[in-house]
Design a protein around this ligand. Sequence first.
Ligand code: A3P
Length: 316
Amino acid sequence: MEKTEVDDDINELFETLPQERNWDGRWLCQYKGFWCPVRCFRPIVSSERHFDARDTDILLASMPKSGTTWLKALVFSIINRNNYSIDQTPLLTSNPHALVPFLEFNVYWGNDNPDLDTIPNPRIFSTHMPYELLPNTILESKCRAVYICRNPLDQFISHRHFLIENKIEKDAEPLDIDEAFEMFCKGIHPFGPFWDHMMGYWHSSLNNSRKVLFLKYEDLKEDIVFSVKKIAEFIGFHLSEEEEKQGLIEQISRLCSFENLKNLEVNKLGKNRVIQNSSYFRKGEVGDWTNYLSPSMAERIEELMQMKLRGSGAIS
Ligand code: A3P
């Protein structure tokens, strides 16, 4: 954190937190049990303090590299289907992250208390924050959250590629894959531990199924039509029989497909601050981890997940 910012209680709080270097060289701080990137600690605390949720808000939550971009494209399309036709949608010229801002990377970045009152309903925000760090007003209001999670091995590999490709700390050398994996197993990675992140949303989806919809990337890959209907229903934008007959679900699914989004000019050449849009679209496959991790590494994660999630019903 910049020295110039060390002048209020957020920075005093920051000074008390344990810190670790992530495998890409950037710093993480442990806040309420989760490893948050240092650069978004201030936005996280600011959003905790100031975000005023509306009942109509929709929050898209995820671990990084779990299908956030896909979910943003789908929810934006479902909600705006009467505002834009499929061939006129802003998704054709804007990256999904430019249409649905992150609370911690965009909305509260560099502004402790932005004015969000003028944004029309329904506002869509996204976050990588764990459930435990969400602003109270989100938990207390009737706003809904859609959480997407992914096989931890694929998430780890996807994240590793993303961080190396978008290397921001010029002087930092990324750790080799074994060391990075070791840190992942200890839960030290952005917004980790993975299992705690996942379990926060899993339990809340069980306790209040109107509040949180828990999705898996792999299920979307398997049956996107079913998933689009489920998401639409949950966020209160039910697709009518008439719309189904017109093939709207298939149209939205095709529009938001990996192949379609990846090949749009904005996603091939555009940039979102320091991030290349193209790095949000790598392979989009299930099981790519097998190309990078050994069976014993997979076993270790499997054992960890069994130990942490046993009996929860979150994994079969
Ligand atoms: P891979 O790196 O395994 O290819 P996030 O959006 O949370 O940053 O996650 C990025 C991951 O989702 C990347 O995985 C990316 O390729 C994949 N992805 C992005 N858009 C997708 C889409 N429309 N359909 C399926 N996967 C997508």
